[in-house]
Design a protein around this ligand. Structure first.
Ligand SMILES: *[C@@H]1O[C@H](CO)[C@@H](O)[C@H](O)[C@H]1NC(C)=O
Ligand SMILES: *[C@@H]1O[C@H](CO)[C@@H](O)[C@H](O)[C@H]1NC(C)=O
Ligand SMILES: *[C@@H]1O[C@H](CO)[C@@H](O)[C@H](O)[C@H]1NC(C)=O
Ligand SMILES: CC(=O)N[C@H]1CO[C@H](CO)[C@@H](O)[C@@H]1O
Ligand SMILES: [Fe+2]
Length: 786
């Protein structure tokens, strides 16, 4: 054990110290110098007061033998009264050490602190606890309120595999011992997350936590009344535009007024209006063009699904034993007139055919989904890459399970582009079903599952197994800010049974189950952008290109910008890791690193522990690849999928989330209505008024940057490490990101790139690293925090 010096008291400590005061205070403390104490590497602290305080930093000056520079301890932690802890709190100086290089006197402290963070796996965790532990997603349902509110446990079974969430240890429900009891909505912000994971900054906790809660508790009832009095159907597109232009009157009252103003930033003119979404700022109709429909697949809010068509007609990978013949029914005759004279072979060979494929992911759940109020299809959209680099839709296939049973295959209908008359209206409807399927997949899979849910176990494993002194902890920690907290709120309000997601997205009560079904195919290695692009056929291997790949579609804004960001992250991680690991042996021999990786695989993503694709963590390359993937997911990938929500989907007709009736059949009443009032049919097919208002309230909140957001390449304190070389590498990273910004701006203003701006005049800025506060549609925060 290291030598512990004599204790000392803070001077001028005000006994009324309050924990949530926004301003910082500085206090002095004088330690007695003892001969054999050496240079301090850690300090212990005890809070003898009645309330907690936030300890930011400690700076030691004039340390004998270290007079040339002060010693910094970056703490950023809540310290509770000492009776809340089993041992004194410890903080380490900002020097990174691999486990084997830790100064001997510090070794036991380093190990003990990890044990504290791991906890003992029992009991209900309390506000002041700092324990990081794992649990299944067994807290989404509420079986005590009846069968309808019960949901399956996600995680821990081959039927419902899922990443782990942070353990809270609440008691089980009385109906089902495997389901954890829920916290009532009124108390919903008190859900446990390790203390230092809680939003510390006032802005975010105010607008986000309070905002989510007030939508459910106060706004929803008002909107419900409003829609009951107005009719729940929008009657025309002008009617839809009213919610941004004129607004509507909501009941007044000091509490509601406060919510309108502070959560939703509304003016005080007594009308509740939504901000005009960017997609209709330049033109109120351009969103309906085929060109924009296709452009959003490569430069919209879900640009991660489109793939290159490598065989025609498209096949299915669903098990034929279970699902029969699910091959596409799209034929050459459907598409041949729209390929600019190319033959099928030529179009395939020259990489000109693409597909937005939502068939296999939806078909297995469709029967169940259609037993709710949703009426949906599995969809396939074929596209042709034109000479000018933009995409032209060729055909849309809408499929349902066979009425005689799954093994009879799908029942499909193919639609082709038409501009006028009933045909034209039918085509607009077909595009709307594609929009619905893509919205659901975006929210549940691309956004929630692949970023928020996939990262949480990494946060937990890192805190349990890598000491704060570990260089990889220092590298990753900034990318974990607020993730556990926002995910905990999500379990309370968004993804739970009857929560906002079920209420507004088409898979309804099957939403989370569907995401578990998709997680079966999740592959960590494939989350690397270059690998992911290759998998979708959007890039091919090319040893002469920067990332070993070449895009087959040159004007693919998400991929072009994304690869630059990917590259900057990769270079930074590479520089950084090489500073601490001189060889592969150093990676192999790092005990904390090995435990970390093992735990992430076997516990955090435990349902995937036997997958062959996990990096083995035996080489520097394994380490660099893995850390690059983690940072990419938490920062840029999440930003690309999150901050476009309001700009693109704030106008619901462009990205409907629900469909409530099937395509009108010739002879039906609605088919007749298509002749006289096609917009009416369109609007009664997609999301209704109440769900629209609720849905866009949520995405407005979730698309906002808080004023204290930190973007990729920024640090809030230059004291995060003492290593000069690490600081220099970090500075290079910042410069490189600055270069990416300039390049994106240049490309966006070059008309040669057809997919960057498009008919709606909405440029692709989601990968632009920096942003200001608010609904900006750009900016890459360092973590998945909203
Ligand atoms: C499956 O259906 C497709 C399209 O209808 C057809 O071309 C193909 O021959 C069928 N495959 C089998 C194995 O029946
Ligand atoms: C996982 O992804 C990697 C990288 O793309 C790929 O090489 C591997 O085949 C994938 N494994 C599986 C089982 O899908
Ligand atoms: C991310 O934000 C946190 C909290 O403000 C900060 O400590 C950290 O340095 C930031 N990291 C980066 C890379 O900006
Ligand atoms: C309730 C309802 O309309 N369910 C339908 C969902 O889709 C399947 C497959 O076409 C139909 O058989 C169901 O009737
Ligand atoms: Fe998000």
């Amino acid at each position: 054990m290291g030598k512990v010096g004599k204790g000392a008291e803070l001077k001028n400590w005000i006994t009324t110290i309050t924990s949530l005061k926004p301003e910082d205070s500085a206090y002095e403390v004088t330690f007695d110098w003892e001969e054999d104490i050496g240079i301090p590497g850690a300090f212990l602290i005890k809070n003898n007061h009645h309330s907690e305080f936030f300890l930011k930093t400690l700076t030691l000056e004039d340390v004998p033998g270290h007079e040339h520079a002060p010693i910094h301890f970056v703490c950023n932690s809540w310290v509770y009264p000492s009776d809340k802890y089993k041992s004194d709190r410890i903080f380490f100086a900002n020097q990174a050490y691999l486990p084997s290089q830790t100064p001997l006197p510090l070794v036991p402290y380093r190990e003990e602190e990890l044990l504290v963070l791991q906890g003992d796996g029992t009991g209900e965790l309390q506000e002041w606890d700092r324990v990081y532990d794992y649990a299944y997603y067994n807290d989404l349902g509420d079986p005590d309120s009846g069968e309808d509110s019960a949901r399956p446990v996600l995680g821990g079974s081959s039927q419902y595999p899922y990443p782990r969430r942070g353990r809270t240890g609440r008691p089980p429900t009385s109906t089902d011992p495997n389901t954890e009891s829920r916290i009532p909505l009124l108390m919903s912000l008190n859900i446990y997350v390790p203390r230092d994971e809680r939003f510390g900054h006032l802005k975010l906790s105010d607008f986000l936590g309070y905002g989510l809660k007030s939508i459910m508790q106060f706004l929803l009832p008002e909107l419900t009344d409003l829609c009951a009095s107005l009719s729940n159907e929008f009657t025309s597109f002008e009617d839809v535009l009213q919610i941004y232009e004129g607004g509507f009157k909501l009941p007044e009252g000091p509490l509601l007024q406060n919510i309108y103003r502070n959560v939703f930033h509304r003016d005080d003119d007594g009308f509740f209006k939504y901000p005009m979404p960017d997609i209709i700022k330049g033109s109120k109709t351009a969103w309906r063009t085929d060109e924009e429909f296709a452009r959003e697949m490569v430069a919209g809010m879900n640009p991660v699904i489109i793939s290159r068509l490598q065989e025609f007609p498209p096949k299915s990978n669903l098990d034929t034993q279970l699902y029969g013949n699910q091959s596409s029914k799209i034929t050459w005759d459907h598409i041949k007139n729209r390929l600019d004279e190319l033959t099928l072979e030529e179009a395939l060979e020259t990489n000109r055919l693409f597909i937005l494929n939502h068939h296999d992911s939806l078909m297995p759940y469709l029967r169940r989904i259609n037993s709710t109020t949703t009426k949906m299809y599995a969809t396939r959209t074929l596209l042709f890459l034109k000479k000018d680099g933009s995409l032209r839709p060729l055909a849309i296939e809408l499929s349902l399970p066979h009425p005689d049973g799954d093994k009879h295959g799908a029942v499909s209908q193919v639609y082709t582009p038409a501009q006028d008359g009933v045909e034209g209206s039918i085509w607009q409807l077909a595009k709307a079903y594609v929009g619905v399927s893509d919205s659901g997949v975006h929210q549940l899979i691309s956004h929630w599952l692949n970023t928020h849910a996939a990262i949480e176990p990494v946060v937990i494993a890192t805190n349990r197994q890598l000491s704060v002194m570990h260089p990889i902890h220092k590298l990753l920690h900034p990318h974990f800010r607020d993730t556990m907290n926002i995910n905990a709120f999500a379990r309370q309000i968004l993804i739970n049974a009857g929560g906002i997601l079920e209420a507004t997205v088409f898979p309804a009560r099957y939403a989370m189950e569907l995401s578990s079904f998709i997680y079966k195919d999740w592959n960590f290695t494939e989350q690397a952008l270059p690998a992911e692009l290759r998998k979708r056929g959007m890039a091919v291997e090319d040893p002469n290109s920067p990332h070993g790949i070449r895009l087959v579609m040159e004007d693919y804004p998400y991929a072009v910008d994304g690869l630059q960001i990917w590259s900057a992250i990769n270079t930074w991680v590479d520089d950084y890791c090489n500073l601490y690991y001189p060889s592969d042996e150093a990676v192999k021999g790092d005990t904390e690193l090995q435990s970390w990786w093992k735990e992430l695989r076997e516990e955090g993503h435990g349902d995937k522990k036997d997958a062959p694709w996990w990096p083995k963590m035996q080489t520097r390359k394994d380490l660099i690849d893995s850390c690059t993937i983690i940072i990419w997911i938490a920062s840029a990938l999440h930003a690309a999928l999150n901050f476009g929500q309001y700009p693109y989907a704030g106008y619901m007709p462009n990205r409907p989330t629900v469909s409530r009736q099937f395509m009108p059949e010739p002879g039906s009443e609605d088919y007749e209505l298509l002749k006289t009032d096609p917009d009416r049919v369109f609007l009664k097919t997609i999301t209704a008024r109440l769900q629209t208002l609720l849905g866009i309230s949520i995405i407005e909140l979730l698309s906002r940057h808080s004023s204290d957001e930190i973007y990729l390449g920024q640090r809030d304190t230059p004291l995060w490490t003492k290593d000069e070389e690490a600081l220099a590498a970090f500075e290079r990273f910042g410069k490189e990101l600055g270069g990416v910004e300039r390049k994106i701006m240049e490309m966006n203003s070059d008309e040669k790139w057809k997919n960057r701006v498009g008919p709606t005049k909405l440029p692709y800025t989601l990968m632009y690293p920096m942003s200001g506060e608010g609904l900006t549609g750009r900016g890459i925060p360092n973590s998945t925090s909203i």
